[in-house]
Design a protein around this ligand. Structure first.
Ligand SMILES: [Zn+2]
Length: 277
């Protein structure tokens, strides 16, 4: 039974991931998510449905099967043979894994809380996937999605007693503090450097992540994200050499999101760092 649910949630996740790819690609381009748009894309691409961004050919259902279409077509458009970005299968697989791990995390809850928690956290992480992939590409955290995420996480911290927490009210108070707590370092970095080291977007993202994770989770995620960021920077410094300097902008959003996801799924908790706990 649980094996079937696991497989179904992964497959459903890859389908949602495929939809997220479309949304990420079309966000701020003037193209609507559901159909054509006004942006100057290849002629013949104006109709409803998905199309190849190189040749404008309409894609059929069998071109749109998550992961498999990419593998089967060898990462190229069926019609014009132009290369398709690795972003597609990667986002699809990651979204599938997010669905699977959230569903597994709550699998020992009763049916009603199981559904509520799974839907809430899956929705929150879909926004986070969108925000971090967009940040990865454009080096900016998209304004509207990040505020929607902040509000969603705030509502979650107010109305969902987080799984495993016994004292709901004190937990909620700390979760409310956790948002500003996690945002503070980014806000300070932004203010001190006048936006040169860190954008204000990272502070907004951290605000929502703090609400989502609670106080000890927020501190753990903050710590982990800086470690991940430092490791990747050192790796790039060594292997990319001259092409990479510390001045090259590395978007920090993806590190924050990956760290938060690991903290959430594995209940990571830096002990003794949070005095109130
Ligand atoms: Zn094409």
């Amino acid at each position: 039974m649980s094996a079937i649910i696991s497989i179904l949630s992964f497959v459903f996740g890859t389908i949602i991931g495929s939809f997220l790819n479309v949304v990420i690609l079309r966000y701020h381009t003037g193209l609507s998510v559901w159909g054509g748009g006004l942006a100057p894309y290849p002629s013949g691409a104006r109709g409803a449905g998905s199309f190849c961004f190189s040749c404008g050919h309409k894609l059929s259902a069998c071109d749109l099967v998550p992961v498999f279409s990419f593998l089967f077509l060898g990462g190229r458009c069926r019609y014009c043979k132009s290369k398709i970005s690795w972003q597609y299968p990667i986002v699809e697989i990651l979204t599938g894994l997010v669905f699977l791990s959230v569903v597994l995390k709550f699998s020992n809850l009763l049916l009603f809380p199981y559904i509520i928690y799974s839907v809430f956290y899956i929705l929150a992480f879909c926004f986070l996937i969108f925000i971090s992939v967009y940040d990865f590409h454009h080096k900016i955290i998209p304004e509207r999605p990040v505020w929607i995420f902040v509000i969603l996480a705030l509502l979650g911290s107010l109305f969902l007693q987080v799984y495993g927490a016994n004292e709901a009210i004190s937990y909620q108070l700390r979760a409310l503090l956790a948002g500003p707590l996690m945002a503070a370092p980014f806000f300070i970095l932004w203010a001190v450097s006048r936006g040169r080291w860190m954008g204000l977007g990272d502070a907004k993202l951290a605000l929502g992540l703090g609400f989502l994770l609670g106080s000890s989770g927020a501190i753990t995620a903050l710590f982990l994200s800086f470690i991940l960021g430092a490791l990747v920077s050192v790796f790039l410094l060594i292997f990319r050499g001259r092409r990479f300097t510390m001045k090259s902008e590395i978007p920090f959003g993806p590190f924050l999101v990956v760290a938060s996801f690991l903290v959430f799924i594995f209940n990571l908790n830096l002990p003794n760092l949070w005095l109130v706990a």
